[in-house]
Design a protein around this ligand. Structure first.
Ligand SMILES: O=C(O)c1ccccc1N[C@@H]1O[C@H](COP(=O)(O)O)[C@@H](O)[C@H]1O
Length: 221
């Protein structure tokens, strides 16, 4: 039995980093894909990375980046998250552990993906929306995830304080990953990309800890 790990993604502000760590986040994600509303400039990564407390994993999120961009970010990261169509060879060429995001489009052969990305430390499963590489705020059909994939599963896609306990009970993931579900809300209710809400962060982490205390994981690294 082990606790479900928590990754909070889309960190852009030092106060949000401190709030997430105070809530018990195990990993913090920095979006280094310029197409995202949560992207940070590479030059800002060093400063934000320095705000992260010891023993909290700093994750760099890339979408089909060139190798030089990944290399430049390596000193400030502990783990690489590849969220595009990167090949296993590309993912493995950097001197850091890595995880591969798979978007759960219809027809995706998960078992084949596990074989293809055998070098990944874990597979991050996210919702599929055509033309959008991630951070959609949408869930997918969790029953599509087999009980034992043979790799640690990081569940992502549309998780919120309200649904994360159910997600953990259904999937028993190694970790959960959230971005929009812990963001502050604009007047119309839409997430404010890159701005975290401390109350949502606390509620999310509380529900994960409460749910994860009774969860047994099929695959741990
Ligand atoms: O957050 C983004 O903007 C993003 C952009 C491109 C690829 C991935 C992105 N985020 C990742 O998307 C999932 C789910 O996000 P959400 O909780 O549904 O908002 C998560 O893994 C983020 O790391």
């Amino acid at each position: 039995m082990s606790q479900v790990r928590i990754k909070i993604c889309g960190m852009t502000r030092r106060e949000d980093i401190h709030a997430a760590v105070a809530c018990g986040a195990d990993a913090l994600g920095f979006v280094l894909w310029p197409g995202s509303g949560r992207a940070i400039e590479p030059a800002r990564l060093a400063a934000l990375s320095a705000e992260v407390a010891p023993f909290v994993t700093r994750v760099g999120l890339f979408v089909d980046a060139d190798a030089a961009s990944v290399e430049a970010a390596l000193p400030y990261l502990d783990l690489l998250q590849f969220h595009g169509d990167e090949s296993p060879e590309f993912c493995a060429r950097f001197a850091k552990p890595w995880i591969k995001a798979l978007r759960m489009r219809d027809g995706l052969d998960l078992e084949q993906a596990v074989r293809r990305y055998a070098g990944a430390g874990a597979l991050l499963l996210d919702a599929y929306r055509p033309g959008v590489p991630g951070g959609t705020g949408e869930t997918f059909d969790w029953s599509r995830i087999p009980g034992d994939l043979g790799k640690p599963v990081i569940l992502a896609g549309g998780l919120t304080p309200d649904n994360v306990a159910t997600a953990i009970a259904r999937v028993a993931p190694y970790a959960v990953d959230v971005s929009g579900g812990v963001e502050a809300r604009a007047d119309g209710g839409a997430p404010r990309h890159g701005i975290k809400d401390p109350a949502r962060l606390r509620a999310f982490c509380h529900h994960v800890r409460a749910a994860g205390a009774t969860t047994i994981h099929a695959a741990t690294p």
